[in-house]
Design a protein around this ligand. Sequence first.
Ligand code: NCD
Length: 311
Amino acid sequence: MSASHLLSVADLGAAGIEEIMRMSDSFVEVSERAIPRVPALRGKTVVSLFYEESTRTRLSFETAARRLSADTMNFSVSTSSVKKGESLRDTVTTIEAMGIDALVVRHASAGVPWQVASWIGASVINAGDGWHEHPTQALLDCYTIRQARGSLDGMRIAIVGDVKHSRVARSDVLAFSLLGADVTLVAPPTLLPPSLAGWPVAVSHDLDEVLPKLDVVYLLRMQRERQTEALLPSLREYTATYGLTRGRARLLPDDAIVMHPGPMNRGVEIAAEVADLPRAVISQQVRNGVAVRMAVLFLLIGASPREAGGG
Ligand code: NCD
């Protein structure tokens, strides 16, 4: 990774994604040690600046930074506070003045991480900007598919549900297709973006028809907090047509895996018992997220790669 920021999957390209996945292998190994810590980022400071709620992404970045021996600071900003560009800029320049190496940013507005990157010298990592992108989620998803199925090349992947409001879907579509997977979006028309021009995907409205042909089914959370109008007749009807129920999960080939970025709405997009099947790799996604974020932090702000494994 040659850039100093991680803002979009598009900046990485296939080669950048592969590099991060290779580096993640060694950090998975570190994470399995009795003392899962290496000194690679000793003396570096990583700050998380989250203007939107988060459980796994924030904890995952902080765990990743600590396992690399970086110092961490965490600003939890209430969503109702700073909204104006000026105030955001003041916040960010204040944080930078303390002397930091990386800033992990989540914000409800698309494009904010790019803005922040233009203001400061530290490395900026996009941890989710509005509906737009969530590149580290896509990286950990690629890593998890590669771990379960060997490669993404030629994999048939369906991304199901609320694509319209999903930054995860946007980053995953880019990453999966860059690595040679065949992506189908499955959703009611109201939950698809108004235009899919330029998206390297097929579209279906029939999950039952798609499931038997898949290697990976990726369920998205129904993002009710982002839906300003009634896009569905009812959640019950959505579940009946697009939910991965127990019966529907039986349509999948034996070696197909089930994924979800979390947080899950059990009983809406995924049945509770399906989320607990051995083929559901949702916990592996979370586990791999730490190693993948270690790789990202290390590649952005680490010194020589030789220091990575020592410890
Ligand atoms: C997602 C997010 O916040 O974009 N969660 C995550 O980071 N794993 C997906 C979601 O909120 O549905």
